[in-house]
Design a binder for this molecule. Structure first.
Ligand code: CP
Ligand code: NVA
Length: 343
């Protein structure tokens, strides 16, 4: 397909977050989050028409993707995203690299920084991602730890803005575990003026430090943080109800206990009815149909779930362009070699 010459605003010069790590959703200021959204929206607009970018901004950039846990969306959207932006990605698993086992996390960092331009890591232990970022002189992006999932949260709030046309004053009710997905969502949403509520069973509260950070962001940016135990009271009047699996990766030994504790927290049509006819539904996926969400809700007209999934691609591309982009590049992405004098 021929690509129209100027169909959408051109992608802003890349690199506002050049070289930065993203370990926590709080590593980006609310203004930086909006910057990523603007870049992502431009990339999405062009890609949605042409299925390619006329001037890929990350030609020959490479990304190492360290995965200690399974993934569909995160892995594919980062790899496809890098390819679409003109670069490439290499998937590495803990089984074949053995970070912290075959060699130290710091030594893995020292090697990778000589080979590639950036790293994403999915690990249960947030401390490993922090250690990797501390040792590497190239950017490290958290692709999920048990503490946070910032790429998911950026996508979710981007999706909210796309669907509702605004974020200020929106009410998002998270029903379920005060987990990694909730943590990052609370941090991003609170900073964009969203009222973010949580209903969780006693014993499954979010991390107190993250709650304090999110509350401070809410206070400074017109958002609101509400915590409770009653799913019906929590969703009452909400614009969106969000849920996630009751058992996160790495918690499989607790799954029976969790299934019992969360039994009254299912996102079903009866709960949606409390929120009202216009309420929409979100889930980061993978979903356990019949547990935390029913198929009726997931596949019904309220669902934004597959839109969230699609937007992982566009928002992470925005993030990659901002973090790995070269603001000094002249005509970056046109695929030509720089003149020898420019080297
Ligand atoms: N939502 C999400 O991160 O999906 P994956 O675990 O499949 O990457
Ligand atoms: N809370 C879930 C999210 C999966 C994307 C987990 O950590 O397994």
């Amino acid at each position: 397909m021929k690509i129209p010459s100027e169909p959408y605003p051109p992608v802003a010069p890349p690199g506002s977050l050049l070289g930065r790590d993203l370990l926590s959703a709080a590593d980006l200021t609310p203004a930086e989050v909006r910057r990523v959204f603007a870049t992502a929206a431009s990339l999405k607009a062009e890609f949605s028409v042409a299925r390619r970018h006329s001037h890929p901004p990350l030609v020959r950039r490479t990304l190492a993707m360290l995965f200690e846990r399974p993934s569909l969306r995160t892995r594919v959207t980062f790899e496809a995203g890098m390819l679409q932006l003109g670069g490439g990605a290499i998937q590495l698993t803990s089984g074949n690299v053995g970070w912290g086992v075959r060699e130290s996390v710091a030594d893995v960092a020292r090697n990778l920084q000589a080979f590639v331009d950036g790293i994403i890591i999915r690990t249960g232990h947030h401390a490993i991602a922090v250690e990797l970022a501390g040792a590497a002189d190239i950017p490290v992006i958290n692709a999920l730890t048990l503490r946070e999932h910032p790429c998911q949260a950026l996508t979710d709030v981007f999706t909210l803005r796309e669907v509702f046309g605004r974020l200020d004053g929106l009410v998002v009710a998270f029903v379920g575990d005060g987990n990694n997905v909730y943590h990052s969502l609370a941090l991003v949403a609170a900073g964009q003026g969203v009222e973010i509520r949580l209903a969780h069973p006693p014993g499954f509260a979010p991390d107190a430090e993250i709650v304090a950070q999110a509350a401070a962001l809410a206070a400074a940016n017109g958002g609101r943080l509400v915590l409770g135990h009653d799913p019906r009271a929590t969703v009452d009047g909400a614009d969106v109800i969000y849920t996630d699996s009751w058992t996160s990766m790495g918690q499989e030994a607790e799954s029976d206990e969790r299934r019992a504790a969360f039994a009254d927290y299912q996102l079903n049509e009866a709960l949606c009815a409390v929120a009202g006819p216009a309420a929409r539904v979100m889930h980061c996926l993978p979903a356990h149909r019949g547990e935390e969400i029913t198929s009726e809700v997931m596949d019904g007209p309220r669902s934004l779930i597959f839109k969230q999934s699609e937007n992982r691609l566009h928002v992470q591309k925005g993030l990659l362009v901002e973090i790995l982009g070269d603001p000094d590049a002249d005509g970056a992405g046109d695929g030509t070699e720089p003149a020898p004098s420019a080297r």
